[in-house]
Design a protein around this ligand. Structure first.
Ligand code: GLC
Length: 430
């Protein structure tokens, strides 16, 4: 038993699908949110972005509507990324959106708009801060190769930074209504130069302060303090096997993924996933008992560009008909092995098994261990019946009989794949 109390993940494992938003000054260079790291940009040289940040086309209601239509049930918004710029009106810094030309508390607008659409609110907050004068230069800091880095570090004091981190966390949890997730990023206790982990953040103190303000909040697992993470957060990969916690028990988990190869808006990055890949990802996460937190990186003028919108619309088209195989669903019982090129999800309350046909076969699909167990089968997208042939080992073999494996069933499919990106067959168990 961990000595730390846990948040309430019941809504989270039901809702399954959220929107990650990476938005900050880095949307202006538009060359990755780590641009300061890659190009070793000093505070002075980065200042031009602050001086010109003016997202005049930003309307959080448009983002919230797009997320809702896509079937997303919660949002996780970057209050501050590693660059250090605060997207909210913090009383502890001048380096914030209300002081930039935009003069708006962007977080406030996001929170209000997404709540109005009925989505829950998560806040991403970077533990790392490349702008703060007390945050020590380390192996990933923009000044890591500076010839005087040791001398520059002498005046820096992580204790003062820690106070700043804690104060802002308290602000975020007390000034913006009920927050459902706090998503910290990230620890690197094994780095070579000035590694950072739970002592640098005082993760213990941070967690107990958070729990005292909001006992049910979900905290992710990047504070470098075993036992405090409610959510395991693999990124940019889809686990084949469901992740476990530090004790080897099945974990509540959420994969975070990008639509292209960057989290922040990256104008010239071209590895955008197709609509099918995006939908496959959602299915693959839920089929292994996880959530998908899909990221968008808005432009510096404050809108979601057409590449992001097209993918969100792809989700919307699919989720309109197939969300029943996502909400309230998780991994199928082990007694039902997945048929060829397919993924199962399962709703334990309704006892319905959802067969996602990822790659359309010709006419027949065999599913093991379901003989005598299915009361009815239908496509989700149009509610039309899918006929089932049970395997009768004694039936005479004709050219029209397709033999399912012993104890299995054969689903009889139309030759032409239905007009939906990934067809889903709902198997209503007896
Ligand atoms: C990372 C990166 C980052 C991104 C995040 C999302 O660790 O530093 O830029 O915000 O993961 O998971």
């Amino acid at each position: 038993m961990s000595k730390f109390s846990k948040g309430d993940s019941s809504w989270f494992t039901h809702d399954r699908f959220g929107m990650f938003i990476h938005w900050g000054l880095y949307s202006m260079p538009a060359r990755h949110e780590w641009v300061r790291h890659y190009e070793e940009i000093t505070n002075e040289d980065y200042q031009k972005y602050f001086d010109h940040f003016d997202p005049d086309l930003f309307d959080a209601r448009e983002w919230a509507a797009a997320a809702k239509n896509a079937g997303m049930k919660y949002v996780v918004f970057t209050t501050k990324h590693h660059e250090g710029f605060c997207m909210f009106d913090s009383q502890y810094t001048d380096y914030k959106s209300t002081n930039a030309p935009c003069r708006r508390d962007l977080l406030r607008e996001v929170v209000d708009a997404f709540r109005a659409e009925g989505l829950r609110i998560g806040l991403y907050h970077s533990l790392i801060d490349w702008h703060h004068p007390d945050f020590t230069i380390d192996s990933i800091h923009p000044l890591r190769n500076h010839p005087d880095r040791d001398a520059l570090n002498r005046g820096r004091d992580m204790a003062r930074y820690r106070t700043y981190l804690h104060s802002q966390t308290r602000e975020l949890l007390t000034k913006y209504g009920d927050i459902d997730i706090i998503w910290f990023d990230f620890s690197y206790p094994k780095a070579e130069y000035n590694p950072k982990g739970h002592e640098d953040w005082d993760s213990k103190g941070l967690v107990s302060m958070i729990r005292s303000i909001r006992p049910t909040i979900l905290i992710n697992n990047r504070l470098d303090l075993p036992g405090t993470g409610d959510i395991v957060t693999p990124e940019q990969n889809t686990p084949e096997e469901p992740p476990t916690d530090e004790n080897g028990n099945p974990a509540v988990w959420e994969g975070c993924q990008t639509l292209s190869g960057s989290w922040g808006y990256h104008r010239d990055e071209l590895t955008w996933k197709t609509e099918k890949q995006c939908i496959d990802m959602l299915i693959n996460h839920v089929a292994r008992g996880g959530n998908l937190l899909m990221n968008v990186g808005p432009t510096s003028r404050g809108y979601l560009d057409h590449r992001a919108m097209e993918r969100l619309q792809g989700y919307a088209r699919w989720m309109k008909y197939c969300s029943r195989s996502i909400y309230g669903c998780g991994m199928a019982p082990a007694e039902f092995p997945e048929p060829r090129d397919s993924r199962y999800t399962y709703n334990p309350e309704t006892r319905r098994l959802y067969l996602h046909v990822m790659n359309w076969p010709f006419k027949f699909l065999n599913a093991r261990n379901l003989a005598g167990k299915v009361a009815y089968a239908q496509f989700l997208h149009d509610g039309s019946e899918v006929k089932i042939q049970e395997n009768d080992p004694n039936a005479p073999h004709t050219s029209l009989t397709v033999k399912a494996p012993q104890g299995g069933i054969t689903l009889v499919l139309p030759v032409v794949k239905p007009e939906i990106t990934v067809p889903v067959i709902e198997l209503i168990l007896k």
